[in-house]
Design a protein around this ligand. Structure first.
Ligand code: AMP
Length: 216
């Protein structure tokens, strides 16, 4: 099954992707991760997208579609695909349908992780990401000393705060989501492919239980 995970910044798309990979061994593509890697390596695309990402704006469709085309030429869809952070505009959603139909495939379901803005803001401000393996954690219940010494529970590397995980950038990312990405929700709704789960549940594993009922 090929699924698109939808939801605002901090809705838990990355965390739920980790659960899906672990449970079903699905192929995962996160455009945010691909872009951060390109920025880190200062590739041609990375240099072009850096300022958009820092400010919380969307990277232009042409750039992201090129990156996805390349990725699609390398992937094996036999175990199913999770798309995390793509599509983020209706143009991208249309292009995705075209790209998949060219390889005789399609999106089966779009799952919206529906999360109120207050939850998103609190969650993102305390989110930390492993520099090495991308593990996503939270410092919400840690004291200052524990925050300073916070290491990745998976690989032991340093947990860092993403440059775009600060309050002013978050407010812009929420605004960008509402203006440019919310129409993608309607795109899948009109195709009867949209399903929704409550993303505000405190335990991510409970959100995953609900996602599992949708994809079995
Ligand atoms: P994410 O990790 O999914 O929150 O993405 C981080 C940033 O990467 C976003 O704020 C955008 O600047 C950029 N980005 C990721 N995916 C896309 C996309 N599909 N279209 C445009 N920009 C994207």
């Amino acid at each position: 099954m090929n699924i698109v995970l939808l939801g605002g910044p901090g809705a838990g798309k990355g965390t739920q992707s980790d659960f899906l990979i672990k449970e079903f061994g699905m192929m995962h593509i996160s455009t945010g991760d691909l872009l951060r890697d390109a920025v880190e390596r200062q590739t041609e695309a990375g240099i072009k997208v850096e300022s958009y990402m820092k400010s919380g704006n969307l990277v232009p469709d042409e750039i992201i579609i090129e990156i996805m085309k390349e990725k699609f030429s390398q992937i094996d869809l036999s175990k199913g695909l999770i798309l995390d952070g793509f599509p983020r505009t209706v143009v991208q959603a249309q292009k995705l349908d075209t790209m998949l139909s060219e390889i005789n495939s399609k999106i089966d379901k779009a799952i919206l992780i529906d999360t109120p803005n207050e939850v998103i803001i609190n969650r993102i401000c305390s989110r930390r990401t492993c520099k090495n393996c991308g593990f996503i954690g939270s410092v919400a219940n840690l004291d200052d000393e524990e925050v300073k010494n916070y290491r990745c529970p998976k690989c032991g590397d340093k947990m860092i705060q993403r440059e775009d995980d600060n309050k002013s950038v978050i407010l812009n990312r929420i605004d960008v989501y509402e203006k440019q990405t919310a129409p993608v929700v309607d795109y899948y709704k009109n195709k009867n492919k949209l399903f929704s789960v409550d993303g505000s549940l405190p335990a991510p594993s409970n959100v995953f239980e609900n996602i599992k009922t949708l994809i079995k």
